[in-house]
Structures are given as structure tokens and as C-alpha cells.
Design a protein around this ligand. Sequence first.
Ligand code: NAP
Length: 211
Amino acid sequence: MKIAIIGTGTVGSALARGLKQSPHKIILGARDAADRATQSLAADVGGELASPREAAGSAELVILALPWDVAETAVKALGDLTGKIVIDCMNPVGMVGGALGLLLGHTTSGGETVAAWLPGARVVKTLNQVGAEMMADNAGLPHRPVMFMAGDDPEAKSIVAAVLSNLGFEPLDAGDLTKARLLEPFGMVWINQALLRGKGRSWAFAAVERT
Ligand SMILES: NC(=O)c1ccc[n+]([C@@H]2O[C@H](COP(=O)([O-])OP(=O)(O)OC[C@H]3O[C@@H](n4cnc5c(N)ncnc54)[C@H](OP(=O)(O)O)[C@@H]3O)[C@@H](O)[C@H]2O)c1
């Protein structure tokens, strides 16, 4: 499957590296394809490099790894993604009352907002619940890290689950896309621990159960 990664920053580059050994073809969607670091990333992961719109248009699965404050303009500029699977890993964060917080919640979510920007796309919310380092490489942890996903299209979720497995995660279906309202605050739990409570970035959530 051809996977477009839109945004080649911290998360986009981590996902490209995490999928390097997978059977998927990677195309990076970068607004500056002449950037040396982006070219080096493409060479490192054996991927193609194109504009965000060309990359998204050529792929079956599109991963959005953009800052929330540019997301609406950048996502709408990708064009018609009808029928494509879209992974939204963005947390809709900004400054709220002087601190980093969610700009949306309870009655909607970033995932649902993205779906409204991309009518006909099969949006799955996931990969927002852990730091980028664990997306690039989570081998050697005592438990397989869990990654919840939320979306309305069962086939899209089963394909995304396989990609999450390629990345070393245990995929867990959280339900329909409205469950992004749960997954985005859950992402904030990781952010709060990592950035404000001294836990650092080298950890992930795991689901452990009695067998
Ligand atoms: N960082 C994490 O550990 C983490 C974990 C989970 C989820 N997330 C979420 O993932 C998203 C990306 O985070 P990040 O840390 O990867 O951010 P980042 O390092 O700032 O990277 C953002 C990328 O978006 C690109 N970009 C910015 N404006 C654009 C536009 N108008 N059109 C096309 N591309 C544009 C940037 O391109 P240039 O290089 O040209 O500036 C850059 O490649 C965020 O929504 C964040 O909440 C982050």
C-alpha cells in the first residue's frame, strides 16, 4: 500500500522511519521538497518526495502530521480525498487560559473536524497518544504499547490496525469517530506526564490483562 505522510516534522519523520521496514511504499508530502533534511529523510526511508497535494493524491492512505493551527488550510489544500483512508494524528492543542490545552472537546473533536474538512474520506483518529520517538522505534519495551483508534469505517480501521501493528503497536478499536473526543484528552495525559510531570518521552501506554 502507498502511504502519504503529510508533514515531515517530528511526527512525520518518526512515522516514516517507523514504517521503513514495512511492506508499504512511503511518499512524503512536504511544502519544501528542496529542503536538504527532507530529501535526506526520503533517501533514508527509501521513499518518494512530492508536494502535499501530489503525495495525498497518489496514496491509498494519507497520514496528517501537521500542527493544528495550520491544519484547516493545509488539509483543505490536499484536494478531494474521497475514498482514501486518512489517519489524523493531530492533537487540537493551543494555549487555553495561559496553558497548553485542547481547543476542542466534549461535543466534537479534532478527528471529527478533520472529517468535515474532507468529505468522503475515511478518517481514523489514532497515533496521537504517544510521543514521536515511540512511533519511530518502540522495540524492546516490556509490554507492547497500545494504540487506540476511532473511526466510522470498519474496513479502514482494519487496514489502519495493520499499519499500527507494522509500527509495533497493539491496535485497539475505541469505536466510532466520536470516540476521538476520548482519545484527544487521552493524548493530553501523555503530554502532561511527558512535558509537565517529569516522566520524559521514553514511555507509552500499554493494555495489560489477566488471561
Ligand atoms: N511531536 C509529538 O511527539 C506528537 C505526538 C503525537 C501527535 N502529535 C501531533 O502531530 C502533529 C505534528 O506534530 P509535530 O511535532 O510533528 O510538528 P512539527 O515538528 O512542527 O512538524 C510539522 C510539519 O508540518 C509542516 N507544515 C506546517 N505548515 C504546513 C502547511 N501549511 N502545509 C504543509 N505542511 C506544513 C511542517 O513543514 P515545514 O518543515 O516546511 O515547516 C512540518 O513538516 C501535531 O498536530 C501534534 O499535535 C505530535
